[in-house]
Write a protein that binds this ligand. Structure first.
Ligand SMILES: Cc1cc2nc3c(=O)[nH]c(=O)nc-3n(C[C@H](O)[C@H](O)[C@H](O)COP(=O)(O)O)c2cc1C
Length: 148
């Protein structure tokens, strides 16, 4: 099974999440490719079974340009028959906007026909031990759904 992880990270927290998930999925037997949103075209998802997006949220949910460009590319795809998962890091100080971009992408993946394999993993700032467990568990759910 092929998994594609695309992530956006300014200060490294979402890049760390991507690293953890990449290692988990490789251990579970996936062939994984990981890249940053600003250097990736969303159409790269078309060659994967499992499409993953991991993102920060800045500016009370307003998308930064690199995420907005990727979002616009995603909007034009047909991902029916594919599976997806989203995750990301934010800060609860932003209350109603906590991890808003993660949920924006969740909606868009559904809109373009992909099937969600696990609930979004949303964490605060850098991943701690509990967050790492949550990512590990999400990876196991992904493997169960795709292999089961
Ligand atoms: C100026 C600024 C605005 C932010 N706005 C939000 C926000 O609207 N919602 C949120 O959940 N987190 C917000 N955050 C927190 C970041 O999303 C959080 O620190 C995240 O871990 C950064 O991820 P990164 O290290 O991958 O860039 C903001 C942080 C900064 C510095």
């Amino acid at each position: 099974m092929k998994a594609r992880i695309v992530y956006a990270s300014m200060t490294g927290n979402d890049a760390d999440m991507a690293d953890i998930l990449e290692e988990d999925l490789q251990d579970l037997g996936f062939d994984v490719e990981t890249s940053e949103a600003e250097f990736t075209d969303a159409s790269d998802y078309l060659s994967s079974d499992l499409c993953i997006f991991i993102t920060y949220t800045y500016g009370e949910g307003t998308m930064t340009d690199d995420i907005a460009d990727f979002y616009d590319q995603l909007k034009d795809l047909d991902l029916s028959g594919k599976y997806f998962a989203v995750m990301g890091s934010g800060d609860k100080m932003y209350a109603d906007h906590f991890c808003e971009n993660v949920f924006d992408f969740e909606k868009m993946f559904k809109q373009v026909g992909a099937k969600e394999v696990t609930k979004p993993v949303t964490i605060e700032n850098a991943p701690n031990d509990n967050d790492i467990d949550a990512i590990d568990n999400a990876a196991k759910e992904m493997a169960d759904q795709l292999n089961g």
